[in-house]
Write a protein that binds this ligand. Structure first.
Ligand code: SAM
Length: 259
């Protein structure tokens, strides 16, 4: 999607979304999520620690060979370019941190590690959880592993492989997935496929976050299909992320919110 279309989509989101906490969110669980997690303003120590590393990565001129799973065009690039272009910004990464803190998962799954910034936020939010993250590019996975060492994070396992080959195999042996962040191949075909694969491991306690649901018409189509899945009880569209809840004690509700 070009920039103009993306902007138009964003303006439409703002005009049609509920503007702030308390505006017509009737479900008590979602109300509490919006108040204490989505709009939580406190800063945590972890934020400055990880953002310092992000700044270092953004300025890193070191070259490496990128196996590009997005465009399919492998090429030489720098760590700085990847850090500036491919990662979720601090606002959304820190929301992941708060979501993991609130959800208290035992198992976290991330599809799409890149340099490991979002992974670090999630792993730091719940050191007792085991965090599995998938990255296809071997060089990128290696840089991410170095970043986890720099941040003294011990609860992350990187699965360095094409998700299309490795996810199904991993899920055969994995425990239930309490928290899932999908941020890899941004096509409806891949997203629907990953969602169908993980759904047998989803419980009422699970939270699934999908990145970039407004990135293209194709991603939007997949989001609209996924949020209507019979196992999904409620959903939040906050423009950058789509968030899914599965707790059947909640009312079936779908909200669009400004974040
Ligand atoms: C948008 S980046 C992830 C950003 C990261 N979650 C963050 O916010 O810090 C997506 C990553 O997914 C990886 N990826 C995309 N498709 C993949 C596939 N089929 N198998 C493995 N990795 C893939 C890319 O190599 C890229 O590093």
């Amino acid at each position: 999607m070009n920039r103009l279309n993306y902007l138009i989509r964003y303006l439409r989101h703002i005009l049609t979304a509920r503007h702030s906490f308390g505006f017509g969110v009737h479900s008590p669980a979602i109300y509490s999520f919006v108040k204490y997690v989505l709009y939580e303003k406190n800063s945590f120590y972890v934020y400055s620690e990880i953002e310092k590393l992000r700044r270092e990565l953004e300025n890193d001129q070191q070259k490496f060979y990128l196996t590009d799973f997005g465009t399919g065009v492998d090429r030489e690039t720098t760590i700085g370019k990847v850090a500036r272009r491919s990662l979720n910004n601090s606002k959304y990464s820190q929301l992941l941190y708060r979501m993991v803190r609130a959800a208290r998962p035992d198992t976290i799954l991330e599809l799409g590690t890149s340099l490991g910034i979002s992974t670090a936020y999630m792993a730091k939010a719940r050191p007792s959880a085991q965090c599995y993250t998938f990255e296809g590019c071997p060089q990128v996975a290696k840089i991410a592993a170095g970043n986890f060492d720099k941040l003294s994070i011990k609860n992350i396992e990187i699965i360095q492989d094409n998700i299309d080959n490795s996810l199904a195999l991993f899920l055969e042996k994995s425990p239930a997935l309490d928290f899932v962040f999908i941020d890899a191949n941004h096509t409806s075909k891949a997203l629907n496929h990953y969602f169908e694969l993980i759904i047998p491991k989803i419980t009422e306690k699970s939270v699934v976050v999908i990145d970039d649901i407004n990135w293209s018409n194709d991603m939007w189509k997949a989001w609209e299909q996924i949020r209507k899945h019979p196992q999904v009880v409620s959903s939040l569209n906050i423009f950058g992320f789509g968030i899914l809840f599965f707790n059947t004690e909640q009312n079936k509700m779908h909200y669009k919110l400004i974040f």
